[in-house]
Structures are given as C-alpha cells and as structure tokens.
Write a protein that binds this ligand. Structure first.
Ligand code: BES
Ligand code: MN
Ligand code: ZN
Length: 499
C-alpha cells in the first residue's frame, strides 16, 4: 500500500473514495461540510433521514454523490466531539479501512487528520492511520496451501489536508508511521511463524538478513562461545532442547562510536513448554510467542535503520527453546551465571529470566548508556494489566518517565510497577545466591527483581509484554507491540541531542 500527503480541499479531489468524518449527533466535520456544500446538501439530507448518527466506528458508503469528482463518499462516525480520544479515533480508523476493503475502491483520499482528537496533533493522526492501514492488510497465510478470501483492492491512500501549516510535519510523521508499521510486520511474521520453523537458528538467520539489508554488524554466539563466557543460566535452559541456543548481537551505529549505545535485550524463547516443570496442555501452542521480545528488538532496529536515526543501538537476543528431555535442567539444580552469581532453579518454567540474566551481563561489554529488556516474562503480568498495558519496571526514575512518555505518544500503553527492595526477600534461596522464582505473590515484580540483580552497572528498564505481544482467541496472532513504544522512545532520544 502506498501513502502520500496532499494539501487541498476535499471537494476538489478526484478519487475512488473520499473519506470524511461525522461527529455525533450528525455534526459534519469541516471536510464533510465542504463535500455537503458541493453536493447541495445531499449528505446532510441523508443524515437527517436517520441513516447515520456519527457514533464512533460507524460507517456509511454513498455512491455517485452529486457534484463530487469521486465515485464514493465514505462517512465515518467519530462519536461525540467532547469524548473523542485515542480509542474513539482508533475505532474510527479501523472501521474506515474495514469499510474501504469491502468496496472495490483501488485508491482513497482520507480527510481524517483534522478530526478533533483530544491532545493530538496532525502528525500523530497521520502515523496512527498508516499503522492501522498496514495492520488492516496484514495476512499470515504463507503456511496455508490455498489463499483464503480476496486480496484487498485498495493500494493507494492519500491523506488530504486542507491546512498547509501541517503538511511539513506530517511528512515526517508519515515516514515514522511507515517505519513503525514495517517493524511491527517483522515482529508479527516472526511471532506467528510455527515453532518448528522459527527456531533459535532461524531467528539468528533473520538477524543476519536484517544486518545485510541495512549494512549492520551482527555477531552470533554459539553454545561453545557461551560456555567460554560462563553463561551457565542461559545454557541451563537450552539443555533440554535438540535445537542449539544462540546469542545474537545486532549493532546499529547511527552516530560516532564514541557515543554510548542503548542496548535492547529481547527474550527469544522460540517455544516454552515449561521444561521439566511442564506447562498444562491447554493453549500451550501460544508459547511460540515467547520470542516476541526478541522479535521486537529486530523490529525496532528495522524501523530505526529505515529511518536512519542518528542514534547508537545494540540489540542483544538470547534465544533457545525450553524443552523437557533426558538432559534437561531439574528443579533444584544450581547453576552459575555469567555474572558469577549462583542460581537455584526451583522452577524450570521461569526460564526467561535465566536467559535474560546472562544477556544482561553480556550487554556490559558495550558500555551501554541505557539497557531496556523486553520479554513475555510472566503470566502474572497478564493478570495485573490484561492485554492493554505492558508492565514497566526500572531502576531509574528518569528513564521510566521517558518510556512512559514515549508510550503515551505512541499510543502503545505501558504502566509502571514498583521494584522496591522489600520484594527481593522472596528470591532468597537456601542453597544458592538467589532462587529463580519468588512465589505466587507479585510475580511480575519478583521476576524483575531477579533481573535487577544483573543490571547494577547501568540505567535499566524492563518491559513485560506477556499480555500485549499477542492476541488469543479468534484473532490469534502477534500484535507487533511494543515496537511503537520503543521506536518512539528512540526518536525522542534523537531530538534531545544536538548533532
Ligand atoms: N513465557 C512464560 C510467561 C507467560 C505465561 C507469558 C503466560 C504469557 C502467558 C514464562 O516463561 C513463564 O512460564 N513464567 C511463569 C513464571 C513462574 C513459574 C514463576 C509464569 O508466569 O507462570
Ligand atoms: Mn516459562
Ligand atoms: Zn517463557
């Protein structure tokens, strides 16, 4: 799908479909008003007839509207003006693309960047439209032998803007939206791929492909390399699997190497059976998404490479399967992590923190300015925050604020949970320096507490994306989150610095 931004008035556009907003109750936006005027009151007449109130997410397609230069006019409900926030706008844009795909229109011109969304500028609306449009055409059907349904006709989207002042900033927002959408697609494709295909070796290959495409440096550590480094925690998880574990490091240097990089560390468990602490059978297939943290690192680096952001970022991905087997780690085993701290593995299903802790120690060699890890780490996070917000925990107030701000800007929600020392008690072990589980209470916090033992040398934040990385049920699939949050965070970082 191609996107462009164009200044000009709606009534003068030639297009297969013009899209304009209607507020509840039956209040025309400026663009809708302009169309109505050229059509001599045809549109307002239809509304008066009771065909549309303007409820958020409702749509009405009109054909051959008199006086216009387009084949169709699509009216999109925006809800009540005083209530129009992010959610109402997202619903309206989703409904727009659903309705457009139901028509035969090959191109469309949208006048929806002027919708009065609370606290949001035109640029924000542009990038949200691009992301939702790309989401609406996303399919994952390459593992099906026959194509299902029709391909959408729509292949050209023009974002119309009557206000010239907003054109320039919107162009940048368009490029950012496209880059984020691209990064999200990388995450969705990897997340949705079957776990017999998307193995640690496959993830490493994908990182090499990305490195080739954008001329980045990539290093793949094999198990023997990890042994030399003393990564006993990561290797403990890999023991039960026939698939060799890997540690991927993908480096993006958008500035001089003198500037310290930001490290993104992503959990890459390509399938989590729980190991000897085996998970129940129901919905175990969803544990193929346990590599979405890793995928979001690859997706975010793709997005910033595409934007050529002036920033240094290193992606570090520990990747393995978590399988039971004759050689698998047992509950009760004690292992030594790369940091030298010993760990009593009381539950082999708490494997994410084991692979992350060694990756977090490995990150030290890049002397990072900041480290952010991204992981589908705890079921407890799904209980606490559902599928709406990612959990955020950090040892640095400023960094936490920065991430929350970026999350708000990107409309990719996150919510902070505490990391107080009081919780560290729960990780006490009788036989090692630390236990890998902290009991049922505050599971997301104690998991982060475990990680915090390995992140003392830098500013660090942890994103628990167990509830936000994928959807279950009928729409089962990876969501591409938190690529918008991470990309926005990195974009903001480039704004602070002078060249
Ligand atoms: N990958 C899971 C976390 C998870 C569970 C994500 C459900 C999404 C949905 C993680 O490896 C895990 O199994 N965590 C355990 C930790 C427990 C053993 C302390 C959990 O959350 O149950
Ligand atoms: Mn697990
Ligand atoms: Zn897991």
């Amino acid at each position: 799908m191609k996107f462009s931004i164009k200044g000009g008035n709606p009534e003068k556009q030639r297009s297969a479909c013009i899209v304009v907003g209607v507020l509840d109750s039956r209040k025309l936006t400026d663009a809708a008003q302009a169309m109505d005027e050229i059509a001599n009151g045809y549109i307002s007449g239809i509304l008066r007839g009771g065909d549309m109130e303007g409820k958020a997410g409702s749509t009405l397609v009109l054909h051959n509207v008199p006086g216009t230069l387009c084949e169709r006019v699509l009216l999109v409900g925006l809800g009540k003006e005083q209530d129009l926030g992010d959610k109402g706008y997202h619903d309206a844009i989703r409904a727009t693309f659903k309705a457009l795909h139901e028509t035969g229109a090959k191109d469309a011109t949208l006048f929806l960047t002027e919708a009065p969304v609370k606290k949001r500028d035109a640029g924000w609306k542009v990038s949200q439209i691009v992301i939702i449009a790309m989401e609406s055409i996303y399919r994952f059907d390459h593992l099906k032998s026959k194509m299902e349904g029709n391909k959408p006709h729509l292949h050209k989207v023009t974002l119309g803007m009557s206000s010239r002042a907003e054109l320039a900033s919107s162009e940048e927002a368009l490029q950012q939206g496209l880059a984020i959408a691209d990064g999200m697609k990388v995450v969705k494709d990897l997340g949705n791929l079957a776990p017999n295909i998307c193995t640690p070796t496959y993830l490493a290959k994908q990182a090499v492909e990305i490195a080739k495409a954008y001329k980045l440096k990539v290093t793949i550590l094999e198990q023997k390399d990890m042994e030399k480094l003393g990564m006993g925690a990561l290797l403990a998880v890999a023991r039960g699997s026939r698939q060799p574990a890997k540690l991927i490091a993908l480096e993006y240097w958008g500035r001089t190497k003198k500037e310290k990089p930001i490290a993104l560390v992503g959990k890459g468990v390509t399938f989590d059976t729980g190991g000897i602490s085996l998970k129940p059978a129901a919905e175990m297939d969803e544990m193929k998404y346990d590599m979405c943290g890793a995928a979001s690192v690859l997706g975010t680096i793709t997005a910033i490479a595409r934007l050529q952001l002036p920033i240094n970022v290193v992606g570090i991905i520990p990747t393995t399967e978590n399988m039971p087997g004759g050689n698998a780690t047992r509950p009760g085993d004690v292992v030594t992590s790369m940091s030298g701290q010993t760990i009593e593995i009381l539950n082999t299903d708490a494997e994410g923190r084991l692979i992350l802790c060694d990756a977090l120690t490995y990150a030290e060699r890049y002397e990072p300015e900041t480290v952010i890890d991204i992981a589908t780490l705890t079921g407890a996070c799904v209980i606490a925050l559902g599928h709406v917000a990612s959990g955020l925990l950090s040892n640095d107030e400023e960094l936490a604020e920065e991430l929350l701000y970026a999350s708000g800007e990107a409309a990719d929600r996150a919510w902070r949970l505490p990391l107080w020392d009081d919780y560290q008690e729960q990780l006490k072990s009788n036989f090692a320096d630390i236990a890998n589980i902290g009991g049922r209470a505050a599971g997301t916090v104690t998991a982060a507490c475990f990680l915090s033992r390995f992140t003392k040398r830098y500013r660090w934040a942890h994103l628990d994306i167990a509830g936000t990385a994928w959807k279950s049920g009928k729409e089962k699939g990876a969501t591409g989150r938190p690529v918008p949050l991470l990309t926005q965070f990195l974009i903001r970082r480039t704004l602070k610095k002078t060249p």
